[in-house]
Design a protein around this ligand. Structure first.
Ligand code: SOE
Length: 369
C-alpha cells in the first residue's frame, strides 16, 4: 500500500492557482497532500484574489492571472477558471515555462485543444487534465482485468453519468451559458469524464456515435440557457462493441452517479463512482462483489490506495492521487495512466462529435482523432 507523499525529487513544488471556487479548493488540498506549497492565487478581480488567497491559505494574492502564471516563484499553474478561459491561460502558462494542470474541458473547441496538446508536447512540461476517476484503485483493477482478457471479447457497454444539481429552473451556474462554459454543458462537464473512463478501462476508442441532446429549460434564473441538460448517445467501439451512454444533470436523487458497466463474452464488470470500493463481477453461475484490497491484481491499483482497505476512499483521495502523479512527473517520473492534454484533446473531439450528431438528427458520426 502506498500512502506516503510522493517524493518529487524537485524539492518543494511551488503552486499557483487560478480561480477561487470549489475546484480551486480541491486542487489546493491535493497540492498540499503531494507536498506542494501554495504560493499564489488569482481570480478575476483584486478583491476576489485577496478573498480566495485567504480562503485557500495561499502566501499571496496575485494582481491578475497573467502576473501569476509569469511569476518566477511558481513551478506549476492549476487552472480552475470558467471553461472559456482555459485555452488562453493554459497556452500562456506553457509559454511562460510552467507545468500546467488545467481543469476539464481543456478547451471549448477541438481545434484549441489540439493547439494546447501540441504546445504541451513541444514544451516538455507536464500538462495534465484531471480525469481523476482514473485514480480509483477499482478502476485500475477493472482495466487490468479487461486487458488480460478476463471478461473476454467486449460486447456491450451500459454507462451513465447522472447528477441532479440542475433539476429545477431556479438552478443556475456559469456553465449554462456557452459564452463562459462552451457550446456543450452536460457532455463537456461530465460526459467527458465518462468517455475518458470508458476508453481508459476498455483500452480502445469509441469509433462512431449517434447523439441526441435536450435542453429542458430555455431560461434559468431569468436568463437564457444555450447549453444542454441531457445527452443520450449510442456508441460503437473500434472492436465493434455497442453501447449506450446517458448523461444528465437533471436526474433527481442522483448526485454524482458515474456508472461503467461492461459486458464481455465471459464476464461483466461494473464500477460505480459512488461505491468506489467495489467492483461487481458478473458471471452466468456466480456473480460477486470484489472489495478493494491491496492484493488486487493490478500493481497500479495497489500504488493508488491512499487509505487502508475498509477505510473508504473518496473523490478527494482520487484527486490527491492524480496530483501526486503530476508532481512526480514534473520530477521525471512517468506515472501509468496520468491524463494529459492529449486526453483533453480527445475529449474535445468527442464533445464536438456529440454536438455534430445531435445537430443533424442523431446522424452517426465517425470520431476521427
Ligand atoms: C459538476 O458537474 C462537477 O463538479 C464536475 O464539474 C466535475 O468534473 C465532476 O467530477 C463532479 O461534478
Amino acid at each position: 500500500m502506498t500512502t506516503d507523499v510522493t517524493d518529487t525529487g524537485l524539492g518543494t513544488i511551488r503552486a499557483g492557482i487560478l480561480g477561487g471556487g470549489f475546484m480551486a479548493r480541491v486542487h489546493r488540498t491535493a497540492a498540499r497532500d503531494a507536498g506542494g506549497e501554495l504560493r499564489a492565487v488569482a481570480t478575476r478581480s483584486a478583491a476576489g484574489s485577496r478573498h480566495a488567497a485567504d480562503a485557500l491559505g495561499a502566501d499571496r494574492a496575485e494582481s491578475d492571472a497573467i502576473a501569476l502564471l509569469e511569476a518566477a516563484d511558481i513551478d506549476v499553474v492549476h487552472i480552475c477558471t470558467p471553461n472559456a478561459t482555459h485555452a488562453e491561460l493554459a497556452l500562456r502558462a506553457l509559454q511562460a515555462g510552467k507545468h500546467v494542470v488545467c481543469e476539464k474541458p481543456l478547451a471549448t473547441t477541438a481545434h484549441d485543444a489540439k493547439t494546447l496538446a501540441d504546445a504541451a508536447e513541444a514544451s516538455g512540461r507536464v500538462a495534465a487534465v484531471p480525469f481523476i476517476y482514473r485514480y480509483h484503485p477499482m478502476v485500475r483493477e477493472a482495466r487490468a482485468r479487461v486487458a488480460r482478457g478476463d471478461i473476454g471479447e467486449l460486447l456491450t457497454l451500459d454507462c451513465s453519468y447522472l447528477q441532479d444539481w440542475m433539476l429545477f429552473s431556479t438552478d443556475d451556474d456559469w456553465r449554462v451559458r456557452s459564452a463562459a462554459g462552451g457550446a456543450s454543458r452536460a457532455f463537456a462537464d461530465i460526459g467527458s469524464h465518462l468517455c475518458d473512463l470508458i476508453e481508459f478501462v476498455i483500452g480502445e476508442r469509441i469509433r462512431a456515435l449517434s447523439a441526441r441532446t435536450r435542453r429542458v429549460f430555455p431560461e434559468r434564473a431569468g436568463h437564457e440557457v444555450d447549453t444542454e441538460d441531457i445527452v443520450a448517445v449510442l456508441v460503437e467501439t473500434v472492436s465493434g462493441a455497442l453501447g449506450t451512454l446517458l448523461i444528465s444533470q437533471m436526474a433527481a436523487g442522483r448526485k454524482n452517479a458515474l456508472t461503467l458497466e461492461l459486458h464481455g463474452s465471459r464476464q461483466s464488470i461494473r464500477f460505480e463512482q459512488e461505491r468506489p470500493e467495489e467492483l461487481w463481477i458478473g458471471m452466468r453461475e456466480e456473480s460477486r462483489l470484489l472489495l478493494r484490497d491491496p492484493a488486487g491484481s493490478d500493481p497500479d491499483s495497489a500504488r493508488l490506495q491512499r487509505v487502508p482497505a475498509g477505510h473508504s476512499m473518496g473523490y478527494q483521495d482520487a484527486f490527491n492521487g492524480f496530483i501526486a502523479d503530476v508532481y512526480a512527473a514534473m520530477a521525471g517520473a512517468q506515472p501509468e495512466g496520468m491524463p494529459t492534454f492529449a486526453d483533453g484533446h480527445r475529449s474535445a473531439v468527442l464533445t464536438e462529435a456529440v454536438l455534430e450528431s445531435a445537430a443533424d438528427d442523431g446522424r452517426w458520426v465517425e470520431v476521427t482523432a
